[in-house]
Design a protein. Structure first.
Length: 131
């Protein structure tokens, strides 16, 4: 890539929360796929493709279970919305164990943290400004 990096004085401090938010566990993505596949198959396919890419890249090192994500903000928003619906439906039914509810909640929190990492990088003063 021929990307110009800002000089050290122009760069923002590194936030470890943002870095960790950009990586998902394979288990979290698999559970996300499981939650999305019935009602949101197109989103489930996106997650499944991320898993497939990761498996192809790390087929010789299966211990590497953290998957870096670089998704469009609109896709992230759609996934968070869909998982919120899944969590709400699960909370209203008696079909899920306490452990399943905890896993659904943690998965939603992981996606929300990832979404928050995008919001943290937005400069509100730059919105609508043409450079």
């Amino acid at each position: 890539m021929d990307k110009q990096h800002p000089s050290f004085s122009e760069s923002l401090p590194i936030n470890p929360l943002v870095i960790s938010a950009s990586y998902f566990s394979q288990d979290c993505l698999e559970f996300s796929f499981h939650c999305l596949r019935e009602e949101h198959p197109s989103l489930a396919l996106i997650v499944q493709n991320l898993l497939a890419e990761s498996r192809a890249e790390h087929q010789h090192n299966m211990q590497d279970k953290l998957i870096p994500l670089e998704l469009d903000v609109h896709i992230i928003s759609d996934i968070v919305t869909a998982l919120s619906e899944v969590a709400q439906q699960a909370a209203q039914s008696d079909e899920h164990s306490k452990q399943e509810m905890i896993t659904i909640h943690q998965t939603l929190l992981d996606w929300l943290l990832y979404a928050q990492s995008f919001l943290d990088t937005i400069n509100p003063l730059a919105i609508g400004r043409d450079d």
